[in-house]
Design a protein around this ligand. Structure first.
Ligand SMILES: [Zn+2]
Length: 862
């Protein structure tokens, strides 16, 4: 699965029972009353007593999403222990059950808290077969007017059909789908045969390899299918793109990227692709960046099918998304975590492998820089906050598994894994991976299983290293001790009280001298590392512990180095050093050791000299954040002419359309002057073109919204015209949804926000988030402070009914535009009033509010 910052559309659901599950009796797992969700105790008991699970599933799917889906499941399993009833998970409940039979005879059963409880007396020691006829639940089936797709991660299969919904009861699935004959369909297994039944078609799929419920899926509807052969393997791509030219422009690259990823992984792991056929589905407004259903990967269509104006970063992101999901076929699908507390493992491996895979496809790209830019800021974004958490967290019930995901898993864990590879050496690390995959293939393993494999291969203390980096949250505070002379040391401390952790890490320290820069390897193991023979370096000008792009922590530079870097970053020759300096100075800004304006001024000087797109993007992103979050309105207006000029000069100077696009997007986001806004209007009206830049439908829609949020005089006419311009109905519907959130008229905005109280209006989560972002735009922050409290009040409900990233994205969308003390106080008041608020949601609020809390200090302190 891949985290997507450009989110998506959701569904109702989950009993993400926030209330601590009430445990009835002494044995919560197997008594008459299993608790809601899938409790660890229940799962542990089932994994002990149930084996060799097979599902034979049939779904009869009508065209209209309002009509019910009839389902039939034959669940076969071997039972070791008949002392307890067998508990299946099935959320739709008794009303959705027609019958449960054993050997053709109906049997009695109980329905308790989303479970079917089958009495032990009707079951056999050894092989059992239950036949269940039911109406499928819609909650995880993402039913749209002419397509649907199952999305069962982390434990949502049982919202649709009865099953043992836990990752360590892997099962083989056979599937039969009956769908409208004009529809396409895809599932994990290969299509075996189809049979026409009037205006319907029945399709049978081959039995799968053993896979967990969260990797089982099917999708059906109006899709186009593209096929291609690579290295003797057929690939099928299901999509709904209406622009034929766009498909043609993208398809070869998409197939190539998959084929290359497979070849690389087969070579690295020495295990052939484990799941037979390989298909993928591009879904409009998909909830995630991607989801690794074995043999049937899903992607967010817009991140795979790119516009002509795609930036270099978007092309890299696409390659990474494809490599990430493909890597999951081995890491996650072939070997699966035992429980969702180790979900980070599959994510970190997929990211880690993706980085290795993507490199050869983009020889012109600086991959060290890419790793730095895509991971460090995001990881710090959570790890610096009061809402941080360990990579590995306890998880009592799968209905809270959504809380496991986020930047700590997606961005910190890859950094940590790279440290591990450096500690072991790449060859030994690869050897460890091969041994681990071989040993646990088609089964499950925990992080500790892997630590043991690696510990056996190494004389380093892997378990001790794992404790600080994996089993605890937060980052070391690292200070440079340098007086400008020949003595240099680094100290580390733990800012979290009562813990006194030490993080072992290798740092590639960069030292500036009159003659250039030198890299200095420093191993930080205890509380202090003195750098020996630093005296041999003649007249150092600065020390940057993060300069090699490796070190992780909250760094306090010495005063001389900070002052030097604020003047001289653009002169550093190595783009990684420039990127690392920028990231470090940004953290110093957040800790109030660098003034926002000083960083923006540095950026304005650096941009004309910066030739690396990723650094340009990094700098413009920080400038944008400093501009909107950490500056007063008068300071913004004073700065705007120069910022806009810098963007315009940037796109004029840029040699690639992707770099032009980076500058244009920054301009679009920050434009404040009358002249700049007029330029944006002329470009949107197609009266002026930016040479070398093609603006596609989504670009025009974004420009229209940016103009509307600035309340330009002809905003209404622009909205009208934009409606007429849409070719793509999905994009148009999204636009229509978002527009009222930008209305100049307060009651319209208020009504739009009110509608979000109804889960139906939140189902398309990216739409809701986009609207919320504009509603709380910094330009209207004062008038939208009123929405902060109700948005907070809704958070529990958001978590209960939304997809896993929705709570965090919801809070981000609500708070990102705010920087006032009043807004910060509103959030703090909410947290103070609710000492018993669910801890994971409290963390999410603390994460999302971190910039706001800092902004209230930074902006007000001027
Ligand atoms: Zn993933």
């Amino acid at each position: 699965m891949r985290f997507s910052r450009a989110l998506s559309f959701g569904v109702l659901v989950l009993l993400m029972a926030l209330a601590p599950a009430c445990r009835s009796g002494n044995d919560p797992s197997v008594g008459g009353r299993p608790e809601p969700g899938v409790a660890l105790a229940l799962a542990t008991e089932r994994a002990r007593s149930i084996h060799d699970v097979r599902y034979d599933l049939a779904f009869d799917i009508p065209a209209r999403p309002s009509e019910p889906i009839a389902g039939r499941a034959i669940v076969r399993f071997s039972l070791d222990d008949r002392s307890h009833p067998v508990v299946l998970d099935f959320e739709p409940g008794r009303d959705a059950l027609t019958s449960v039979s054993v050997r053709g005879k109906p049997v009695g059963f109980d329905v308790v808290n989303g479970h079917i409880v089958i009495g032990k007396d009707v079951l056999d020691h050894g092989d059992n077969s239950l036949e269940i006829v039911f109406r499928a639940g819609d909650a995880s089936l993402n039913r749209n007017p002419d397509f649907l797709y199952g999305l069962f991660v982390p434990a949502r299969a049982h919202l649709a059909f009865p099953c043992f919904d836990q990752p360590d009861l892997k099962a083989r699935y056979t599937l039969e789908l009956t769908v409208p004959s004009a529809w396409q369909a895809v599932a994990n297994g290969a299509e075996l045969k189809r049979e026409r039944l009037g205006d319907r078609v029945r399709i049978q799929y081959a039995e799968t390899k053993p896979i967990p419920t969260y990797l089982f899926t099917f999708a059906t509807g109006r899709f186009d299918v593209e096929s291609a052969e690579r290295n003797g393997r057929m690939f099928h791509m299901f999509h709904r793109e209406t622009d034929r030219k766009k498909v043609e422009r993208n398809r070869e690259a998409i197939f190539d990227l998959h084929a290359r990823a497979i070849a690389w992984l087969e070579d690295y792991t020495r295990i052939p692709y484990p799941f037979g056929k390989f298909d993928f589905v591009l879904i409009p407004s998909f909830q995630f960046g991607g989801m690794e259903h074995s043999g049937a990967i899903y992607y967010n269509a817009s991140s795979i099918m790119l516009d002509e104006s795609a930036t270099e970063n978007q092309r890299l992101n696409r390659a990474s998304a494809i490599a990430h999901e493909t890597a999951h076929m081995w890491f996650g699908d072939l070997v699966t975590m035992r429980w969702f507390n180790d979900v980070w493992m599959k994510e970190v491996f997929a990211n880690f492998m993706a980085a290795k895979i993507v490199n050869p496809s983009f020889p012109a790209v600086n991959h060290e820089l890419r790793f730095l830019v895509s991971n460090y800021p995001a990881a710090y974004g959570v790890d610096r906050t009061g809402g941080t958490h360990p990579i590995r967290q306890p998880l009592e019930n799968l209905n809270a598994a959504g809380n496991m995901y986020g930047a700590i898993i997606y961005s910190k864990a890859p950094i940590v894994m790279r440290q591990l590879e450096r500690m072991l050496g790449p060859a030994r690390f690869q050897e460890g991976m091969r041994a681990y995959l071989q040993h646990f293939q088609y089964g499950n393993a925990t992080w500790l299983d892997l630590v043991k494999v690696l510990d056996d291969l190494s004389d380093r203390d892997i378990a001790g290293w794992s404790k600080a980096w994996v089993e605890e949250g937060g980052r070391p505070s690292i200070h440079t001790e340098w007086d400008g002379g020949g003595q240099l040391a680094f100290t580390q401390s733990d800012s979290q009280s009562g813990r006194a952790l030490h993080w072992t890490q290798q740092m590639d320290v960069l030292v500036g001298t009159a003659a250039g820069t030198q890299s200095l390897p420093v191993a930080l193991e205890g509380p202090r590392a003195d750098v020996k023979d630093f005296t041999r370096i003649a007249r150092p000008t600065f020390v940057l512990p993060t300069g090699g792009g490796i070190a992780y922590g909250d760094f306090t530079l010495d005063d001389a180095s900070r002052a030097y870097l604020l003047r001289h970053v653009p002169e550093l020759k190595d783009p990684v050093a420039r990127g690392a300096a920028w990231v470090t100075l940004w953290e110093e800004l957040l800790d109030r050791r660098v003034r926002p304006l000083d960083l923006v001024e540095l950026g304005l000087r650096a941009l004309p000299m910066e030739d690396t797109e990723q650094n340009v993007q990094l700098m413009l992103g920080s400038i944008d954040a400093a501009f909107w979050h950490f500056m007063t309105e008068p300071a913004r207006l004073a700065l705007a002419p120069r910022l806009e000029q810098a963007c315009r000069a940037g796109w004029t100077r840029a040699s690639s359309s992707s770099l032009k696009s980076v500058y244009f997007r920054a301009f679009r986001s920050m434009v404040r002057t009358t002249e700049g806004t007029a330029l944006l209007q002329r470009v949107w009206h197609r009266d002026e073109k930016i040479p070398g830049l093609t603006l596609a439908e989504p670009d025009e829609a974004s420009m229209a919204l940016e103009l509307a949020v600035r309340r330009v005089a002809d905003a209404a006419a622009i909205m009208e015209e934009q409606r007429r311009r849409f070719q793509n109905p999905d994009r148009q519907a999204r636009f229509e949804f978002v527009v009222p959130a930008l209305a100049a008229d307060r009651s319209t905005r208020e009504a739009w926000f009110e509608r979000l109280n109804d889960v139906k209006n939140r189902r398309r989560e990216p739409w809701a988030l986009e609207g919320l972002g504009y509603l709380n735009h910094p330009l209207h922050a004062a008038e939208s402070e009123r929405y902060i409290r109700p948005a907070l009040d809704l958070l529990i409900e958001i978590q209960r009914t939304g997809d896993i990233f929705f709570p965090k994205n919801w809070m981000d969308a609500v708070l990102a535009g705010h920087s006032s003390r009043a807004a910060a106080d509103e959030v703090k008041r909410f947290l103070d009033e609710k000492p018993d608020y669910p801890v994971r949601l409290r963390r999410i609020i603390l994460q999302s509010a971190d910039d706001l809390f800092r902004a209230a200090e930074i902006v007000d302190s001027r």
